[in-house]
Design a protein around this ligand. Structure first.
Ligand code: SAM
Length: 343
């Protein structure tokens, strides 16, 4: 009978508690950097466990702050830990941690903005795995700052769509926290009241799982909202190969009038004088009922709508840059009207 391999654990030397680290280094939380620290080791371990098996993996943590989650990651004996923290005040406490495990784990500490950091440069190339195989031994983990979480996930989804950055190594998994209502939107399926653009964008490229809630009371200082822990694993075959930005535009416009028939939002993809005609044409090509509401459309139906839109703009490329919110929309409408007439 096969004997289960015992998980390796790294035992760190005695270190001051996270509470003491915050006190010793005078790390008053800054609201502008969405700093809410997790103090409870059991909860911290639960987040790290949600990432699955990370022993021997390369783990990138976003916003380690005083290092509570970092300690838990190191305990699981990863091969390498990459820490990206914007606030330089945390660096001494992170260096203390890196020093405590220096013989066992390679720790890179980067002072920088996650939105501007090329994570891939810190990931060793030998972890690269074929996209169609199991995910590579790389994990992105973070108790994300609320101020960047939605921008970051949209940016990462775009990178996933292009297999860039950490996704140049394969289907790199993510274990991240979001405001509870954002997390609920990410996993919302059709007919859910939280279903929105973010749900469709996440589910078109990833398997998204809502793991558990964390009460706001577990953080210091306590935020006004609760938090949801979400894992995302890129899908082997995403629901579309269309360009991310185009897909996002179509989904965004359709959800722009979420209580109305979805075709009303879809019409805003086209200049005013031709919008009814072209939205209907697009829905007909995609075989979607125009009186469906946005939250009643499945992910694959959105893909069909986007494919129909793509076909239309191949014939009418002037529609591609049409933006109904742009101040110049009137001029663009006039231009498009003339061109449509001439075709
Ligand atoms: N990981 C710590 C924990 O769980 O207790 C801190 C989490 S706190 C919610 C968010 C952390 O992200 C803070 O340490 C903050 O300084 C950092 N941060 C904020 N904006 C950032 C950015 N753009 N890039 C990198 N780190 C950022």
């Amino acid at each position: 009978m096969a004997v289960a391999k015992k998980a390796l654990q790294i035992r760190l030397p005695p270190l001051p508690s996270i509470k003491d680290v915050i006190r010793l280094y005078k790390l008053r939380a800054l609201r502008e950097l969405s700093q809410n620290f997790l103090m409870e080791p059991r909860l911290i371990d639960k987040i790290v466990r949600a990432a699955g098996h990370i022993e021997g993996n390369v783990v990138c943590e976003v916003g380690p702050g005083p290092g509570g989650i970092t300690r838990s990651i190191i305990n699981q004996a990863p091969r390498k830990v990459i820490l990206i923290e914007k606030d330089p005040r945390f660096i001494p406490s992170l260096e203390l941690l890196a020093d405590a495990c220096k013989d066992k784990v390679d720790v890179d500490i980067i002072t920088g903005d996650i939105l501007k950091t090329d994570i891939a440069q810190f990931i060793p190339s030998d972890v690269k795995t074929d996209w169609m195989e199991s995910p590579p031994p790389v994990n992105l983990i973070g108790n994300l700052p609320f101020s960047v979480s939605t921008i970051l996930i949209i940016r990462w989804l775009e990178m996933i769509s292009r297999k860039e950055g950490p996704w140049a190594f394969g289907r790199t998994r993510m274990t991240l926290t979001f405001q509870k209502e954002v997390a609920e939107r990410m996993v919302a399926r059709i007919l859910d009241k939280q279903r929105c653009r973010l749900s469709v964008m996440c589910q078109t490229w990833c398997n998204v799982n809502y793991k558990f809630d964390i009460s706001g009371a577990a953080f210091l200082p306590k935020p006004d909202v609760d938090v949801g822990v979400v894992t995302l694993t890129p899908i082997k075959k995403p629901l579309t190969n269309l360009p991310f930005k185009m897909y996002e535009k179509v989904v965004r416009q359709i959800f722009s009038m979420r209580q109305k028939y979805s075709i009303r939002g879809a019409e805003t993809l086209f200049p005013e004088d031709v919008r009814k005609e072209f939205a209907l044409k697009m829905y007909k090509m995609a075989d979607i009922d125009p009186v469906t509401r946005p939250f009643q459309i499945t992910n694959t139906e959105f893909t069909r709508i986007c494919e129909a839109y793509n076909e239309i703009i191949k014939i009418y490329p002037e529609f591609e840059n049409y933006d109904n919110r742009a101040p110049k929309a009137k001029i663009q409408v006039d231009d498009a009207k003339d061109e449509v007439k001439n075709k």
